[in-house]
Design a protein around this ligand. Structure first.
Ligand code: HEC
Length: 192
């Protein structure tokens, strides 16, 4: 339940988050289901942003809609899904750029593992599926004013539900996303 706790992010923390150029977020393991409740439905994007930069996973993020999926090889070796809150999905579908304030994009991921069950069904080795959660949960939160120094996006990561506070790591988020200006720093395209 701690993942659902809500913490108000005071001014000082907000400044810190902005100064980091990335924020922290909360991650549960990718597989952890969140239970939608009335309070979650009533949340505004700013509530989720405050939770993320206050160190908690925003309740209900696991129920956000799918933007697309990807497979990373190398050391990451994961299957990943990119999810968007309502503001993000609406912007994606309308092709709105830059993304409006309130858009939040999440990246969850799982180990890329072979499936023996599936292979048996297919009669050959060809199936790979999502294994245990891997590589944390990442968020990009759009707020043009609050995150003006980092392209209007706040970046955050949660490992095992704990906010990553390493400034070097968080600084790396913006440096790598920043060159992709033509798409408002967002790499993932909407998969219809
Ligand atoms: C070395 C480059 C690099 C770094 C560093 C990096 N990212 Fe990304 N990020 C990408 C790429 C490429 C994608 C799209 C492909 C994918 O998801 O693997 C992506 C995808 C994302 C997405 C989904 C939206 C999108 O842009 O496609 C989020 C959210 C995200 N990253 C957040 C973060 C956060 C938070 C950090 C820092 C903790 C971070 N990223 C660090 C390259 C990077």
């Amino acid at each position: 339940m701690t993942a659902f706790s809500y913490r108000y992010l005071g001014g000082a923390a907000g400044v810190l988050a902005a100064g980091l150029g990335a924020a922290a977020c909360a991650q549960t393991t990718a597989g952890e289901a969140t239970t939608p409740t009335a309070p979650v439905a009533a949340r505004r994007p700013s509530d989720d942003a405050d939770a993320i930069f206050g160190g908690s996973l925003p309740p209900g993020y696991r129920d956000w809609r799918v933007v697309s999926v990807a497979h990373e090889e190398g050391e990451l070796n994961d299957l990943r899904a990119v999810l968007g809150n309502d503001v993000a999905i609406t912007a994606y579908r309308a092709g709105t750029l830059p993304f409006p304030d309130g858009a939040i994009i999440a990246r969850i991921a799982w180990k890329y593992v072979p499936s023996e069950d599936n292979n048996q069904a297919f009669g050959r080795e060809q199936s790979h599926v999502a294994g245990p959660p891997a590589n944390g949960v990442q968020f990009m939160v759009k707020d043009a004013k609050r995150f003006a120094d980092t392209g209007g996006w706040g970046f955050a990561q949660f490992n095992d539900g704990k906010q990553v506070t390493d400034r070097v790591k968080l600084g790396g988020c913006f440096s790598c996303h920043e060159p992709f200006k033509q798409n408002d720093l967002v790499f993932t395209h909407y998969a219809p």
